[in-house]
Design a protein around this ligand. Structure first.
Ligand code: GTP
Ligand code: MG
Length: 149
């Protein structure tokens, strides 16, 4: 089953948005496979965002992600990578549609509350970076037949 890495960034944790964010993915019908609170070290933040290393905002981004605890999540379901990106909304919260997480809950690109993997390959890469094998739970909720045909 397809998996994506979703993370409540330090601003989302500090603002008390963790429950709201988890709730949106749960209600949509995705399955939680991993969940933890975590203080991200600088080297992991740099590795996670290595594709952006040449961007002028990269040092600020690393500082932001390491500025307090984050909540790490692995979500799974059919098409979960693209769907999670839709639930999250555009990178710049002022351009994100109302109804999306960033559209409803944020105003600044450098405080945009949440991360979601941008491809299936990056989903796998990021889950491998942020979670150990033993932290991921393989399970079949009893309601699966009510969600998936
Ligand atoms: P993520 O889900 O966090 O990866 O966001 P994204 O995929 O929507 O955007 P992208 O991967 O291009 O950028 C990663 C993160 O860098 C964004 O979520 C922002 O937090 C930050 N970022 C992107 N562009 C800017 C910018 O122009 N200025 C600042 N300060 N931060 C930026
Ligand atoms: Mg990204």
């Amino acid at each position: 089953l397809e998996q994506t890495y979703v993370m409540v960034k330090p601003d989302g944790v500090q603002r008390g948005l963790v429950g709201e964010i988890i709730s949106r993915f749960e209600k949509k019908g995705f399955r939680l496979a991993g969940l933890k609170m975590f203080q991200c070290p600088e080297d992991l933040a740099k590795k996670h965002y290595e594709e952006l290393q040449e961007k002028p905002f990269f040092p600020k981004l690393v500082k932001y992600i390491t500025s307090g605890p984050v909540v790490c999540m692995a979500w799974e379901g059919p098409g979960v990578v693209a769907s999670a990106r839709k639930l999250i909304g555009s990178t710049n919260p002022l351009q994100a549609e109302p109804g999306t997480i960033r559209g409803d809950l944020a105003v600044a690109v450098g405080r945009n509350v949440i991360h979601g993997s941008d491809s299936v390959a990056n989903g796998e890469r990021e889950i491998g970076l942020w979670f150990g094998e033993a932290e991921l739970c393989k399970w079949q909720p009893e309601l699966t037949p009510w969600l998936l045909e």
